[in-house]
Design a protein around this ligand. Structure first.
Ligand SMILES: [Zn+2]
Length: 376
C-alpha cells in the first residue's frame, strides 16, 4: 500500500486536471450564471473523486453554495473554501508554462479546492476511518464580503472542533497562515460653520481644521510593533478657497491582530469629542471582521503540520496576513482555525496568479495527514 503522499504523487496529473476543470469554469462573484456552472463542476468532481453527501444551498443573488459531508460521529471537522474569483470572464487566460499553471482563481482558491478533493480521496483510498463528520463547505461570495454565506459558515463552525482553510498560502514560500488581522472601517463626518474667509474668518468654525486635529489624534493609535495600523484612506471637504469649510469627512481603515486591540480601536473611534468649540464630529462604521488570532491552539496545529512536512522532507513555515478571509469568522467564534493550506503559488488577485503544479501532491498530503490525525 503506498503512503498517502506516494498515492497523491502517482495521481499528480489527475490533480492538475481537477484544477484545470475548476479554473476553466470561470466564476466571477457577481455572475450567478457562470458561478452556478462552476458550482456544478465542483459537485461533479466531488461525486467522481470522493463520493459522499452533497447538499446544494440555493442562492438568489450569488452562485449556489455546497456542503459536502463525509463520515459520521460525535465530532466535526470543517473545511471551508470559496469558488468565486475576482476575475471577470476572459480577464486572464488559463495557461501552463514551466511547471506553473496561470489563470483565474488557480491560487485564490481553486487550487485549494482541488487539493482538498484529492486529500479526501486519498484518505478514503488509504482506508482511514471517518470517525467524525468532515464537512467541506464551499461558498460563492468570499471575494465580495461573504454577505450570503457568513451565517452558514458560522453555523457550521459552531458544530466543529477544528476549521481548515485551504486559501492561498503565503506567496512563493507555501507558508501557512497562523493569523489574519481584523478589519474596521470608520467614517468621520465633521461639521462646522461656513463664513467668508476674508470678511469674518474667526467667526466661522472650520470643519477641515477640526478634521485635521481628529486625524492627527487618531494616527496616534497606529502601532507598528503591535500590528495595529490606521490608514486614512480618503478625505474630502470644503467648497471654495474663500469659504471657511462647514463640512469635511475622512474614511479610515484599521487593522489589528487581537480582539482586544479591535475593541480598544472601536472605543477610541466611537468617542470623539470635538477639539474646536462649535464643531461636531459624527462617527459611522465599525469593526467589520475580528482577527484570526495566533492562539496556542493554532500554533499547536502548525506544529503538527510542520512535523508532517518534515516527514515529507521539507520545512513548512508560517506567518500571517493583513487581509481577512472567512477564517476570520470561524476563529472569532473561538474555533481553532488554520489558514493558507492551499498550494504554493503567487499573485492572488493579480494578473500573474499562478500555482506550482508539481507541488500539489505535497499540499494535498499535508491536509490529508492532518485530517487523519484528527479523525481518530
Ligand atoms: Zn480567497
Amino acid at each position: 500500500m503506498p503512503t498517502i503522499l506516494e498515492y497523491l504523487k502517482q495521481h499528480s496529473t489527475d490533480m492538475e486536471e481537477t484544477l484545470v476543470r475548476l479554473a476553466r469554469a470561470e466564476s466571477p462573484s457577481r455572475n450567478k450564471r457562470l458561478s452556478d456552472r462552476c458550482g456544478r463542476v465542483l459537485a461533479d468532481l466531488f461525486n467522481e473523486l470522493v463520493g459522499g453527501e452533497t447538499e446544494m444551498i440555493e442562492q438568489q443573488i450569488v452562485g449556489n453554495q455546497y456542503r459536502f459531508t463525509l463520515g459520521s460521529g460525535p465530532g466535526q471537522i470543517l473545511i471551508i473554501g470559496h469558488y468565486d474569483t475576482v476575475w471577470d470572464e476572459g480577464d486572464i487566460p488559463l495557461r501552463e508554462e514551466n511547471g506553473l499553471l496561470y489563470g483565474p482563481g488557480v491560487f485564490d482558491m481553486k487550487g485549494g479546492l482541488a487539493i482538498t478533493l484529492w486529500a479526501l480521496k486519498a484518505l478514503k483510498h488509504a482506508g482511514v476511518p471517518f470517525n467524525k463528520k468532515v464537512v467541506f463547505l464551499v461558498t460563492s461570495d468570499e471575494e465580495i464580503g461573504s454577505l450570503h454565506s457568513r451565517t452558514l459558515i458560522e453555523e457550521e463552525a459552531k458544530k466543529s472542533e477544528l476549521v481548515l482553510v485551504p486559501e492561498s498560502s503565503i506567496s512563493n514560500s507555501g507558508a501557512v497562515k497562523t493569523f489574519r488581522k481584523g478589519i474596521g472601517i470608520f467614517r468621520l463626518e465633521v461639521s462646522g460653520k461656513a463664513v467668508h474667509a476674508g470678511i469674518n474668518p474667526w467667526e466661522g468654525v472650520s470643519a477641515i481644521d477640526e478634521l485635521v486635529l481628529q486625524l492627527q489624534d487618531l494616527k496616534g493609535l497606529d502601532d507598528r510593533e503591535a500590528g495595529v495600523s490606521v490608514n486614512i484612506g480618503t478625505i474630502s471637504g470644503g467648497t471654495r478657497t474663500n469659504v471657511v469649510a462647514d463640512y469635511a469627512e475622512a474614511v479610515i481603515d484599521v487593522r489589528f491582530r487581537t480582539r482586544k486591540q479591535g475593541e480598544a480601536l472601536e472605543a477610541a473611534f466611537r468617542s470623539r469629542p470635538a477639539f474646536t468649540a462649535g464643531a461636531a464630529v459624527h462617527v459611522k462604521g465599525g469593526i467589520n471582521r475580528y482577527p484570526m488570532e495566533e492562539t496556542e491552539e493554532v500554533l499547536a496545529l502548525y506544529s503538527e503540520l510542520k512535523a508532517i512536512a518534515a516527514e515529507h522532507g521539507y520545512a513548512l513555515g508560517h506567518g500571517g496576513s493583513g487581509g481577512a478571509s472567512d477564517g476570520n469568522f470561524t476563529a472569532a467564534l473561538g474555533i481553532p482555525t488554520i489558514d493558507g493550506l492551499g498550494p504554493v503559488g503567487d499573485g492572488a488577485h493579480a494578473v500573474h496568479e499562478q500555482v506550482l503544479l508539481e507541488n500539489l501532491p505535497y499540499r494535498a498530503a499535508l491536509i490529508a495527514q492532518l485530517l487523519a490525525r484528527h479523525l481518530d
